[in-house]
Design a protein around this ligand. Sequence first.
Ligand code: HEM
Length: 477
Amino acid sequence: KNTKMTKKNLPPGPPRLPIIGNLHQLGSKPHRSMFILSEKYGSLMSLKFGNVSTVVASTPETVKDVLKTFDVDCCSRPYMTYAARLSYNRNDLAYSPYSKYWRELRKLTVTELYTPKRVKSFGHLREQEVASLVDFIKQSASLKKQVNINLKLLKLSASVICRLGFGISLEGSKLESSYEEVIQGIMEVAGSFAAADCFAVVGGLIDRLTGLHSKCEKVFKAMDLFFDEAIKHHLENESIKDDIIHLLLKMERGEIGLGEFQLTRNHTKGILLNILAAGIDTSAQTATWVMTHLIANPRVMNKVQAEVREVIKNKDDITEEDIDKLEYLKMVIKETFRINPLVPLLVPREALKDIKIAGYDIPKKTWIHVNIWAIHRNPNVWKDPEVFIPERFMDNEIDYKGLNFELLPFGSGRRMCPGMGMGMSLVHLTLVNLIYRFDWKLPKGMSAKDVDLEESYGLVCPKKVPLEIIPVITQWT
Ligand code: HEM
């Protein structure tokens, strides 16, 4: 045989089993397992999942190499069977490979879809939805009833995104009774290490046996029906002119271009998937984690409440300018992102060509996982990383906007989250209202140290056990 073998200097990694490679080492929380493995095998580590070669970056230095120095060579996405199905064959932004189409769509996102102008112009809508959540909480408070924060914040986020993105109300829509299941299903399916991706022929069969395939189909059907409903609503009501579907339908008709691309219905639906999936769960779960850490840390809750009440001072309408003054709340949110980054492995990337990082070879097509969980919990990066201390951000310039590789809840580089402004505007408004208007108590018999802090695993890692707390009416309610 004439094949010339050049020995590659791959990053070190744990020994592998035949066929499955390192799949057995992922456990139920792959970000945690990879963190433990990286402590032994290094900050750039090779793993093999069936046929798939992967590399995991786990420190600020190696992650900076992937997301900044070699960003252009590492910014594609691998083909993932179920993500491809959910994104109408990668016609969306998040799962599209790096390509001219992705670049055009990303430009559209920045200039039209998730712009600060759009975020601002829908302020009234966020305020209306938050006000109706506050009303609900008031009723619960007067009955001394506990509120399931996970559920209520998911509903709030779904209501805002439905009106903002799809121009229809969640209530009465095809998603009303199933949004929770659909959104959680998308996150589970999209975050799974699917057998179909790891094993060429038998993988699909394994996923049918484990139920992953049918779960994906079920979620896809419910989501597709909802998109059809929202699009039909627009086609029948030409007066709806200011939302994202209206813009996408104009592009389908060729009235506005997307570079050389002609949008089809599948492109429209792929783009809508990103808004539905990326927009709803992320904001809701972020705000839920903040409330969880506040209730688990009464000192921090008292301090942030004092700040918010001092700044808002009995004003009824809370403005962006007020929110901007809340320095301690900003620290609480950063600390929550540090200790519970919602997307702990970001979305997997793929090397576009053979590259060398930190002296190691990364062959073309290698999957690259960026383990921000490992950075955020690394004692060499953060002192006492397991403890919730917002004050660590005092006199500290580190922010979450993609420039500091010690804190990356939105990623960084070409693939960084484009919805940060949209997500955070809802997170801020929600939290300020919950903290300002109410005091919060744990159910009888529970104390702060009993608050469960375990996360569940998917593309997004929400709190596993719902946070159920009791609102108390105050003079600010
Ligand atoms: C607190 C809220 C949010 C968090 C923590 C968050 C986090 C993330 C993260 C970690 C990524 C992956 C970055 C990477 O792979 O390097 C991402 C990507 C993305 N996010 Fe967000 N996100 C949030 C809100 C939103 C919202 C509200 C939207 C849209 C309505 C959105 C749309 C997207 C899209 C489209 C991508 C894919 C970008 C691409 O691949 O080019 N996100 N987000």
